[in-house]
Design a protein around this ligand. Sequence first.
Ligand code: G6P
Length: 611
Amino acid sequence: MCGIVGAIAERNILAILIEGLKRLEYRGYDSAGVAVIDEAGRLERRRRSGKIAELDRTLSEEPLSGRLGIAHTRWATHGAPFERNAHPHFSGNELAVVHNGIIENHVQLREHLQGLGYLFTSDTDTEVIVHLLHHKLERTGDLTAALKEAIGELHGAYGLAVISTRQPDRLLAARSGSPLVIGLGHGENFLASDQLALRQVTDRFIYLEEGDIAEIRRDQVNIWDADGKPVQREAVQYHEGAEAADKGSYRHFMLKEIHEQPVVVQRTLEGRLADNHVLVQAFGPEAAELFAKVRNVQIVACGTSYHAGMVARYWLESLAGIPCQVEVASEFRYRKVVVQPDTLFVTISQSGETADTLAALRSAKALGYLASLTICNVGTSSLVRESDLRLLTQAGPEIGVASTKAFTTQLVALLLLTLALGQARSSLADGVEAALVAELRRLPTRLGEALAMDTTIEKVAEFFADKSHCLFLGRGTQYPVAMEGALKLKEISYIHAEAYPAGELKHGPLALVDADMPVVTVAPNNELLEKLKSNLQEVRARGGELIVFADGEAGIHNGLGTQLVKMPHIHDVLAPILYTVPLQLLSYHVAVLKGTDVDQPRNLAKSVTVE
Ligand code: G6P
């Protein structure tokens, strides 16, 4: 998704801006640009559609240098990914803006500004911001005052960075719905939409709050809150190692992140388990009292995080006896919802900035839920800050657009939530919590065993090299696992993949099955196994090729038309976590064989901060 980087210093900041953009590259984008105020006080920019490497090439042919600048990676929403739509956008060659988010009233503003004589050169919603600001600047003569006035007329979501030749002593920022962070240096300061972009220059950050405006100078930062009052925001020291943004010896971030799962699952468990029970306080000091009141759970999320929520529904109902509904955020936010009494509203998100999930949380606040809780990977994110309770997954930065370690750590966190709710409500069967806590402690080892099957799975992947379609089947908690497997395959290999609960096969998809339609099945040794085996027979009888990931004792055999991958034995409740791993590896190897851009698949973004 779109990225912002800005800098004000006494040195040439161009390399800092470009390095910052590169660090945000993993989020997905389709054009990039940079603008600086050069030594002669002129506003200059370079923009390119395509990769940052293109922009870099242009900069080596037509260099730029300056001590104040802003840069942007754009993921097209309003207007195609052409150079003229790339940011920064200019007004009158003296004002430049980069913008994340969407301005909803851009049509009205455009008409108004055209009426005032402004000429538009792009199809973007962003260009209205820069001309509106210019108009205000003409009137007020002061950039900070102009920004304060202008944002009062913007409807929608924005993270903005602004520079002007009229006041080259400042970099301005405004946040509403799109995250922004100020990086603090010595005699120089920075701005970005994600601290990751600035970690090469600082480890001290100020996170802007909703509605904040910031005036960033070389040696001082002034911030005003949504009511226009000057505020002090605390500077936070960042601790995590910068190595997370490095592929190490792995060919792709995705592969590295798949292999990190034993370690990050271990981290997600740390400090949250006592000898034989889950520490409910891990969810916050008020959690025990609140959880005891919970009678229903509503889960809302998008993409992979939604699949984690679907697994959790099985757990919450079967283990803790709590009715649970799960819905994709983009549907939930626009639906008239009937809220059952004492319902806990749970969001799940890797980034904590997904626009639909955030909007769903905000709309839920007016609907009478008991409380909100987020399972999130980014402690400083909007979802975390705006929820009553939170449990952070400890996956570390996830760079590959296709989510892997974020998913398995979300599942671990959701199982902890299930046990914590069951404990607080005394609704767990005897011995269940102690048994599952013991199994959770063994999970990192089991995950390591699943990862050791990598070469076997790489061989299986060859079968998919010439396929265009694929079915994924599972039953019970393995149905959402099959959905996640299908999502991974389509995201990165561009093979059309669909998931079905295996029992639904005969109600439609069986018509598609033939020798060119591989059917991938996840089959742990549970009470649904015999039923699943009948479903597999239905596929074989139609000449369909089966790829089965099954427990060694499941009684499924390698043979004509069936490729069996034997999985380590695991407790049925934890099976969805373990069985996700081979499906991730399968998609990865198929994508490598197909030669796709594994870490940045076409058309997709890591963190979707627009609707
Ligand atoms: C995008 C990503 C997905 C992710 C989804 C939800 O579509 O490409 O991988 O699952 O957003 O993101 P979140 O950060 O809320 O988990």
